[in-house]
Design a binder for this molecule. Structure first.
Ligand code: SAH
Length: 470
């Protein structure tokens, strides 16, 4: 009740910007910002607020007086309900404009350092079907659309195989066709759903923690390999094998057919045993002649084609001649390290996940690369003065930290080491900007290149070249 009372309406709000968490931005009459989920810059709308804070409102557009020329038709039937691709209603060129702007704003406002002109963002050739990995959840309690609820018809099938409704841990939107991963992704998912329903295999009930089928992960690679992993809750051999055998026969293109039996509360597979039912326990991805082995738990950039663009920028910025000792911090499975290895004397990769480092070593071996070395551990504990003494003073440091950016101690160590160049790859330009401010003491920003890895979302990757001040 209280919530309803505090709702406000504003008329004729002009939508002027987009960015923050995929929302667009208008202004209330009192000057406060309103974040809107269903509007595009250029729209003129009436707004109903859904949240009120000191500095801003959140709201939805309830009536459109003017529709922006920046709009385009969303491709996906699930747009607006599914939380996945919030920007499908904005033409791609404008998505790129706002991503670039977000990077520039963050670097200027949070970084506050001297900046060169930002290079034009590298857009993704594929604007849909660009992901190589998708995860779906099974649920016996499907999210019902308003239409379904209001209709007289009895709802027979309550099962869902799809995505979590944003903010609802137990509600899954049943997905008919997802525009993020190429086929056979949709074909496999819909076939599994249909087979399960027809054969009475139960979908997981997150409230009572019952049911056979829990999650589905699909990985595809640019050389046509396919991995399917089904996570079961109940350990029931007969229906499990029925489903897996069906998949094996119906989709001979599956390279790796895996399953997990997980009866924990949470559905992460990272601490679970993965069983190979048919084919290999891994698939391969290829980039510039390098092969990368990917198993169920491996990290690999989710947009392979744009990862290639990102890595090329990184390699260019590193300015290698073949003589350099390069450190690749947060190396993951060592993809950047291997990608640049031909142009460097030696590359040293550091990463906290032991399995990733073991993948990195195996891949380097398989790729016949002998001038890379990998070390495992928390960056602030591994990347120390003793480590540098042992492995040598780097000429170039590449760093690609997670969303939170680098630990302060790591930044301090970078200042201490004072390599000639740092290439900073980031998926969060706000934390990157914070780190650049700290590095400003010794480093000047020479180049800024945003790269779009995730069309239809507000996410943007950014590569910055730093050079030691003279
Ligand atoms: N450069 C890689 C992966 C970057 S993702 C690629 O392009 O594929 C960031 C990586 O940082 C992840 O692999 C994550 O496991 C690792 N990481 C996160 N926190 C870390 C820490 N404190 N110390 C070392 N590595 C960390």
């Amino acid at each position: 009740m209280r919530r309803k009372k505090s709702r406000q309406t504003f008329e004729h709000v002009e939508v002027v910007d987009a960015g923050a968490k995929g929302k667009s931005v208008g202004k209330a009459p009192d000057g406060r910002v309103i974040f809107l989920s269903n509007a595009v810059p250029g729209d003129v709308v009436d707004v109903m607020t859904t949240k009120k804070r000191k500095a801003y409102f959140e709201g939805v557009a309830t009536n459109f007086h003017q529709r922006s020329a920046k709009r385009t038709d969303p491709q996906c039937e699930h747009f607006g309900v599914c939380g996945g691709c919030k920007w499908q209603h904005m033409a791609y060129e404008h998505q790129l404009f706002y991503k670039q702007k977000e990077v520039e704003n963050n670097l200027q406002r949070i970084g506050g350092v001297e900046l060169p002109e930002t290079m034009s963002i590298l857009g993704s050739e594929k604007q849909y079907f660009y992901r190589n990995k998708m995860e779906f959840s099974f649920s016996s309690s499907r999210w019902l659309t308003e239409q379904e609820i209001n209709s007289e018809e009895e709802i027979v099938d309550r099962n869902a195989l799809g995505f979590h409704i944003p903010g609802m841990w137990d509600k899954i939107l049943d997905i008919n066709k997802c525009h993020l991963q190429e086929d056979p992704s949709n074909a496999i998912r819909t076939a599994i759903r249909q087979f399960a329903v027809e054969n009475g295999l139960s979908f997981f009930n997150p409230r009572t923690q019952e049911g056979l089928l829990r999650t589905l992960m699909l990985r595809t690679s640019s050389i046509g390999e396919v991995m399917v992993l089904i996570q079961f809750f109940e350990d029931n051999k007969e229906p499990r094998e029925l489903l897996l055998t069906f998949l094996k026969e119906k989709f001979p293109e599956i390279t790796s057919l895996l399953y997990v039996i997980n009866q924990k509360q949470n559905d992460t597979i990272y601490d679970q045993d993965v069983v190979c039912f048919a084919g290999r326990d891994h698939i391969f991805e290829e980039m510039e002649g390098l092969k990368f082995k990917i198993n169920a738990k491996s990290f690999y950039q989710t947009n392979s084609e744009q990862a290639y663009e990102l890595y090329k920028v990184t390699r260019d910025f590193a300015g290698l001649t073949g003589q350099e000792l390069v450190y690749d911090l947060y190396t993951g499975t060592g993809t950047i390290a291997q990608f640049i290895s031909k142009k460097a004397r030696k590359v040293i990769g550091v990463e906290s996940i032991p399995e990733a480092i073991s993948d990195a070593k195996n891949n380097a071996l398989g790729n016949d690369i002998s001038n890379v070395e990998f070390y495992v551990g928390d960056m602030k504990n591994v990347f120390t003065t003793e480590f540098i003494e042992q492995h040598g003073q780097p000429d170039v440091i590449i760093t690609d930290p997670p969303r939170d950016g680098m630990h302060k101690q790591v930044v301090e160590q970078l200042l201490q080491v004072a390599a000639q160049r740092i290439v900073y790859v980031s998926c969060n330009s706000a934390t990157q900007a914070r780190d650049l401010a700290l590095l400003d003491e010794k480093y000047q920003v020479i180049q800024v290149q945003p790269v779009d890895m995730f069309p239809q979302t507000h996410h943007v990757e950014n590569v910055v070249l730093l050079e030691k001040r003279v």
